[in-house]
Design a protein around this ligand. Sequence first.
Ligand code: ZN
Ligand code: ZN
Length: 209
Amino acid sequence: MNQKESHPKDEDDDFTLNTSSAEPLELDDQYTKPKSICWGRCHPMMFRKGNPAVVIGPHWPLFICAFLLFFFIGCLFIFLRANDEPLIFYTTLIVGINQCVSYLIVSLINPGIANVERIDIEKNQQSNQKTWYCKVCKLIQVKETQHCLDCDICIQEYDHHCPWTGKCIGKGNIKQFYYFIISTIVFTIFNLVLIILKFKEQEAKAKKQ
Ligand SMILES: [Zn+2]
Ligand SMILES: [Zn+2]
């Protein structure tokens, strides 16, 4: 999942901060925020305080397909439990809705696009933290920021690019991503156990007859 080991910054010196670069950085005071914000292949929407609250990734068709699949499977299980005890029916309903909503959240929120963050270079240099310059985004990368080749944008605390959510998993949505994974495991185990129990119940009824 974590692709940090294979990052080109480890092999390519071009990513090292070069103050005598032929292409000057247009920085906002001592900060690394570029004057012109680019979004790569991501589609930001619904801005809050200048930052995008909702970001659709480049693989949005896969996100829509996966969401429809989760929605369909969730509805199917809810429909199958329609005549069961209220406790089983409502638990299936809550588990299904929770799984779909957690998927929607992780797929829609900003994964942590780096060029909207103001990073103080001086403070960063004082702490002797290594910095790299991304030529594509024209910004200085710090704090495990990496450039995603699929999204074509720098992502803070980049974890991996997830085609199923349509975009990257980074600082902005990593917690929601783990919550979605847990929700999916709970959804799968819960429905699998119910199927096995129902199957055994029907088998016992058939033997009695
Ligand atoms: Zn970049
Ligand atoms: Zn990406």
